[in-house]
Design a protein around this ligand. Structure first.
Ligand code: GLA
Length: 381
């Protein structure tokens, strides 16, 4: 990837970059919509992500290019307004500049910037967090600043929440920032506090990306956010993470049926994340798998962010003996399913599941045998 990045930078800008940084995509392992509710979540950084190369300019102009085609986008000095249409991808690095400014940090004045990705597109692996963190590292390096990793993660989330306009939690940026090969990232989102948990040997993660996406996915995500906050208010707590499953059961009558389902999903999902950490530390992949599948059933019936396509894949996967468990991963309403499997699960098994899916839905999902990787970092030139 690095040589491709350098070559593309030269093609776009006619010179070599001064700074290179990369940040990985992520898999949500378990903890569905728990992050913005103040709960816990487990994710894995993968060995693919977004690379950013940058060279400073002294005329204050900021020029952005990417490997997704399209022209170089030139932005005038001090122009930090949101872009639309085909240039909208620039809102990710622009959002990070706004985040730096609002945090009282220095901004590089002018630069040439290139982003290149080796993440499968549209796979729900959070290319947005990856581009935010790689951009953040590059901008900080260009101004000779260093910040704690927690701050880098918060800058990325700020860009997403306040500039791009998605009310996401800390999962995507946190995992991209704190990822570690052969580990899962554990986040207690309230602090937030970040930790890593070893992924037991013999655990394999497979991703099945349906490439389906509900037309209203952003609106549905925001609706779930609102429903959770309304449930917390009705129960007199700041966030749903303040309630244990027993406390929720005792107070449940204060909620209407829809809010009660949302709250039950969140509160029980947080308990499942904590149980998953215990099972991982014990190396009990069977127990981990059962928790993953239980998470999916809760998304399916209580949080109602699954789809027929995702349910089909989960049902097919859990029927394969080498699969410990499977669940939708990420926001839901389409997207991808993750399976935890033993080393006995191979391409032929993945193919059989994909073929059955194609028989029903007409197209095969993309399959990725995901490898874990390290978090965001600068790369030596
Ligand atoms: C998306 C968001 C995350 C998280 C998940 C659901 O990926 O970006 O912050 O809320 O959905 O768990």
């Amino acid at each position: 990837m690095k040589s491709l990045l350098l070559e593309k930078f030269r093609t776009a800008f006619g010179r070599a970059p001064e700074i290179v940084a990369r940040a990985p995509g992520r898999i949500e392992f378990i903890g569905n919509h728990t992050d913005y509710n103040g709960g816990t979540v487990l994710g894995a950084a993968i060995d693919r992500g977004v690379w950013v190369a940058l060279a400073r300019r002294d005329d204050g102009r900021r020029r952005f290019a990417s490997d997704q085609g399209g022209e170089v986008v030139a932005v005038a000095a001090n122009q930090l307004d949101k872009l639309s249409g085909p240039h909208a991808w620039v809102n990710y690095p622009l959002g990070v500049l706004v985040a730096l400014r609002d945090a009282g940090l220095a901004l590089p004045s002018g630069f040439d910037y290139l982003a290149v990705s080796d993440l499968p597109t549209g796979a729900g692996l959070s290319s947005s967090a990856a581009i935010e963190l790689a951009s953040g590292l590059a901008f900080l390096a260009a101004t000779g600043q260093t910040v704690p990793r927690e701050t880098l993660v918060q800058l990325g989330r700020y860009a997403e929440n306040k500039f791009v306009g998605v009310p996401c939690g800390i999962l995507d940026q946190g995992v991209s920032g704190f990822g570690r090969k052969d580990h899962l990232v554990f986040i207690d989102c309230r602090g937030p506090r970040f930790d890593t948990v070893p992924l037991p040997a013999g655990a394999h993660i497979w991703i099945f990306n349906t490439h389906t996406k509900h037309a209203l996915v952003d609106g549905l995500y925001a609706a779930r956010h609102r429903e959770c906050m309304a449930a917390a208010r009705a129960l007199g707590v700041a966030l749903l993470a303040d309630l244990s499953p027993a406390a929720l059961a005792a107070a449940g009558k204060k909620l209407d049926p829809l809010e009660a389902r949302r709250a039950k999903h969140i509160v029980e999902e947080i308990a499942r994340v904590d149980a998953t950490v215990v099972a991982l530390r014990a190396g009990d992949l069977t127990a981990v798998g059962e928790l993953l599948t239980a998470s999916h059933r809760s998304s399916q019936h209580l949080f109602e962010n699954s789809t027929a396509e995702l349910d089909f894949l989960v049902d097919a996967l859990v029927g394969v003996p080498a699969v410990y468990g499977a669940r939708l991963t990420g926001g839901g309403f389409g997207g991808a399913v993750m399976a935890l499997a033993s080393g006995d699960f191979g391409p032929a098994d993945a193919d059989a599941v994909s073929g059955a899916y194609a028989g029903k839905f007409g197209a095969r999902p993309d399959v990725l045998h995901a490898q874990t990787g390290d978090g965001a970092m600068r790369v030596a030139l």
